[in-house]
Design a binder for this molecule. Structure first.
Ligand SMILES: [Zn+2]
Ligand SMILES: [Zn+2]
Length: 571
């Protein structure tokens, strides 16, 4: 269990307490504990399991230490369950509206008695929010502007949250002797950026134990319906999960059917029809005879197609590739050899250069770039020229002491609102690796955003554009830009493009990543790790690349360190 997982429970507890109107001292205690936990360099779960005294951490008292142990051991927190029972899920959804925090939500819930996003919207439209003390017309207008997006996102969860839950359910069910096969299907299997529901399929000798086990899973809030072959549950995060029990001879057909997408399956069925066949979730049929269904490969083969990786099943190019016999061999996590974007304690990371390098080496990486923030990001203790030069000195010193991994001196340099770079050219010229990024002024007009990006791309010192659009999935739209023009400029100037693997960014999108590949731009998948746990997100970046149809060759950080260095502009 990761520190962030534990920390998020305490954050949620603090939010709920604040909404409840609890003692501010208690709320602060939970928030500061959450910060301590997420920035700790050791694994709290491991310490808890080893029986270590957790009160050694600042801000963790006896009661909090006990709760950490409780959560690590049971994946539940009694105090959290009790609070959740008092606050309707729709009230927590209000926190998804940009600019709305627990203090405002507390007023909506306790003063106006609002329980859902829809009720909040109606109250804003009636002008009731602007009348509240401490609110005003501007706040109300801001909420109205963003609330539809929050409604759309309320029932969607990130791919990381989806995978953690779905895979934990599958692991759990597979332990039962009555469960013969069990897999995740649906949009989670296709690795979409967010999932609106979760699907799990199983073959069982007896379905009752599997359904009992799912109902008892810690992520499950309640059972919505239960039949012999299908169970629907509501998860604590508000999303629903379906468990379908299917006959063994239909498992492949059901996997194909329930993995989707709908658009992909429409085309599969059309192809079957052309051959006088019928495809459904039970199998492929000629007249009434089942000719395939046990495995997905069998189902695709029966309609004259090669097996298509789930990440490509969106009815974009996969059928054309299949016709031409060139379904790409997609990049895998095991292909990744370097990670070119990460932070240390020099800016807002939780671990030192050494700790990051050793953790990266433990994960099998052969090279990394340390890329702390530049000075514009003062909130994150960004580096000015002088501190940066000293930081690179330190990196070079560490480089001498650690074998088996190369460490590049890098920087994540802000592209300022006036389109200049945040650091002097002569210092940038010294870097092994410069990531240029937009962090501020994301709401500037189109032309200004374009000027900033194109200026950065024209700089001879910039190697790559990081998290290009600046979007935060479900919370913030990306900046207003013409991505094709950005990509063409990058291709002209030999600048690479990043897929930021953090599940809240996944920036570039799969569409833009495919466009970059088509222009011959080397793509680098980076974690943007802020702690040693941060390396774990690499898989989400790889998934995004796979959805873009990228092969190992398309991704620059699958190369050896020497090959990678050869691709840099400075040479
Ligand atoms: Zn950044
Ligand atoms: Zn970063």
């Amino acid at each position: 269990m990761k520190n962030d997982t534990i920390a998020s429970q305490f954050e949620l507890l603090a939010d709920l307490l604040e909404i409840e109107g609890a003692n501010p001292f208690r709320i602060r205690a939970y928030r500061s504990a959450a910060r301590t936990i997420s920035s700790a360099s050791e694994s709290l779960a491991q310490l808890a399991i080893a029986g270590e005294d957790l009160t050694q951490f600042a801000g963790i008292g006896k009661d909090l230490a006990r709760q950490i142990v409780e959560f690590v051991q049971t994946e539940r927190l009694q105090s959290l369950e009790e609070l959740r029972a008092k606050v309707p899920p729709g009230v927590l959804d209000m926190l998804r509206i940009p600019g709305v925090g627990p203090r405002k939500v507390a007023v909506f819930f306790r003063t106006l008695g609002l329980r859902t996003l829809e009720e909040l919207k109606a109250a804003c439209e009636a002008g009731r929010v602007a009348e509240l003390k401490g609110f005003g017309k501007k706040t109300e207008a801001g909420i109205l502007q963003n609330i539809d997006q929050a409604v759309a996102n309320a029932a969607r969860i990130s791919i990381s949250e989806a995978r953690v839950i779905a895979e934990s359910v599958v692991q759990d069910l597979r332990q039962l002797p009555e469960v013969l096969q069990c897999e995740v299907a649906g949009s989670c299997r296709r690795r979409r950026e967010t999932c609106g529901d979760l699907d799990v399929l199983a073959v069982c000798s007896d379905s009752a134990p599997a359904m009992d086990r799912l109902a008892a899973h810690p992520a499950v809030e309640s059972v919505l319906l239960r039949g012999d072959t299908k169970q629907r549950v509501r998860l604590k995060n508000g999303v629903e999960m379906d468990l379908r029990v299917v006959p063994e001879e239909s498992f492949g057909a059901a996997m194909q059917y329930f993995t989707g997408s709908k658009e992909h399956n429409v085309e599969v069925r059309a192809r079957a029809r052309e051959q006088g066949l019928k495809v459904n979730e039970y199998g492929v049929y000629r007249d009434d005879e089942q000719i395939a269904g046990r495995t997905e490969e069998e189902v695709y083969a029966a309609v004259g197609l090669p097996w298509i990786p789930p990440e490509l099943r969106e009815n974009r190019l996969e059928f054309r590739w299949a016709n031409e016999g060139r379904i790409p061999e997609l990049v895998t996590l095991a292909d990744i050899r370097g990670d070119m974007h990460m932070h240390t304690t020099a800016s807002d990371g939780a671990a030192s250069i050494e700790q990051m390098a050793i953790a990266a080496r433990e994960r099998g990486l052969k090279y990394i770039a340390i890329t702390d923030h530049s000075k514009r990001v003062s909130m994150a203790n960004g580096l000015d020229e002088e501190r940066l030069l000293r930081h690179w000195e330190e990196i070079r010193r560490v480089r001498e002491t650690i074998d088996g991994i190369e460490i590049l001196c890098g920087i994540e340099c802000d592209i300022l609102e006036d389109a200049s770079l945040d650091l002097a050219d002569e210092v940038l010229a010294e870097a092994d690796w410069v990531i240029a990024v937009l962090h501020y002024g994301l709401r500037q007009p189109h032309d200004q955003i374009m000027q900033r990006l194109l200026n950065a791309i024209r700089s001879p010192h910039v190697d790559i554009i990081g998290h290009c659009t600046g979007r935060i999935i479900g919370r913030r739209e990306g900046a207003d830009m013409n991505m094709m023009d950005v990509l063409k400029a990058a291709a002209d100037h030999g600048v690479m493009m990043e897929i930021n693997a953090h599940p809240s960014r996944l920036d570039l999108s799969e569409i833009h990543a495919a466009a970059a590949r088509d222009l011959g731009i080397p793509i680098v998948i980076s974690t943007d790790a802020h702690s040693t746990d941060g390396f774990d997100v690499m898989q989400y970046g790889v998934d995004q690349a796979r959805r873009a149809g990228l092969t190992r060759d398309d991704v620059a950080n699958t190369r050896t360190a020497a090959e990678f260095r050869g691709m840099l502009r400075s040479g």
